[in-house]
Write a protein that binds this ligand. Structure first.
Ligand code: ADP
Ligand code: MG
Length: 332
């Protein structure tokens, strides 16, 4: 049974970035305005996410890391009107199965915090009081150590995994309003470097400037075309003639209702149109789709990065038209 749990968990937590993503989303769900990601050896030794959110109440300590425990979904119709990132109660239970999980937390109702350690099956193995501010710190040490093959793969690809993680943190730092993000990495003999630091501003524009700098920002134009039906798109696109190199994953961000998602078809479309007039570069894209909750489904893959859209056809058509107007004005 433990082996099955390990295998299933490996499908929710695919790699370093999907692990950290779950923790960051939990912090955002908890209403945090400060989210700190702290890595040791690029996340290989440990990663922790420290927040100043609402904390976890003591009734939840024992069940928190058990499979399908969630405090976020009240009844089934809720699935249609999700506003939280999490809802399946799989992340902490999966992380437990794949690494050594400890949690430190305190709510406003407690005078002191609690430090909890969990075993691979999600049970509490130790509990003690600690001094701390309101909020939660979740630490995962030695991710994938119970899966030897994945663990080897993880060390071998650590730089790539780390790069992917930074790009993911950028995705949240850009879209979250009023949330300060900081990410640090400690290597070797306690050399700590700050990898990302934002001020938690309230506009996408200011977030872009803090994350990518003024130079990048001046290459962008705001973008908010009217597209089909209930759908709305907003964001920034590089001006014609400006772009970035081949490694565009670092400069293309897609969101649905503020949730970072992969949208390979939209990315392909924008690239295609842009590259008919500038084949040397790729466009910088930051696009947030606002859609009714019932028009999309994030349950396609366990890590919730892939989405199904209803009415994708008309959406893509009108998006193409708009983008053609931007990049090849002769078209309209
Ligand atoms: P989900 O997010 O789908 O509910 P998780 O496994 O990610 O499931 O988390 C389980 C539960 O643990 C959450 O429902 C929430 O109650 C609690 N929790 C986890 N992380 C935090 C956090 N940073 N702050 C407050 N509560 C948290
Ligand atoms: Mg969650």
């Amino acid at each position: 049974k433990a082996a099955i749990h390990r295998i299933c968990s490996g499908q929710v937590i695919l790699d370093l970035s999907s692990a950290v993503k779950e923790l960051v989303e939990n912090s955002l769900d908890a209403g945090a305005s400060n989210v700190e990601v702290s890595l040791k050896e690029y996340g290989q030794e440990y990663f922790k996410v420290i927040d100043n959110g609402c904390g976890i109440s003591p009734d939840n300590f024992q069940v928190l890391a058990l499979k399908h425990h969630t405090s976020k979904i009240m009844d089934f119709p809720d699935l249609q009107s999700l506003t939280t990132f999490g809802f399946r109660g799989e992340a902490l239970s999966s992380l437990c199965a794949l690494g050594d999980l400890t949690i430190e937390t305190r709510t406003e109702n407690e005078a002191v915090g609690t430090h909890l350690k969990y075993d691979h099956s999600g049970l509490v193995t130790s509990e003690r009081k600690v001094a701390r501010q309101i909020g939660t710190t979740v630490t995962v040490e030695k991710l994938f150590s119970p899966l030897p093959v994945r663990s080897k793969e993880f060390s071998r690809n650590i730089r790539r995994e780390y790069g992917k993680l930074i790009s993911l943190l950028n995705a949240y730092a850009l879209i979250a309003k009023g949330v300060r993000f900081i990410c640090t990495n400690t290597t070797g003999k306690n050399v700590k470097s700050v990898v990302l630091k934002t001020q938690g501003s309230n506009s996408l524009k200011d977030n872009i400037i803090t994350v990518f700098g003024m130079n990048t920002f001046t290459c962008l134009d705001p973008f908010s075309p009217c597209i089909s039906g209930d759908w709305k798109v907003e964001g920034f696109l590089s001006k014609p003639g400006f772009g970035c190199g081949r490694n565009m994953g670092d400069r293309q961000f897609f969101y649905i209702n503020g949730r970072p998602v992969d949208m390979p078809k939209v990315s392909k479309l924008v690239n295609e149109v842009y590259r008919t007039s500038n084949s040397k570069q790729y466009p910088i894209v930051i696009m947030n789709f606002t859609v009714p909750a019932k028009a999309y489904d994030v349950n396609v893959t366990p890590d919730k990065r892939k989405v199904f859209l209803s009415d994708e056809g008309p959406l893509m058509l009108s998006l193409r038209e708009t983008i053609e107007k931007i990049y090849s004005p002769s078209h309209c």
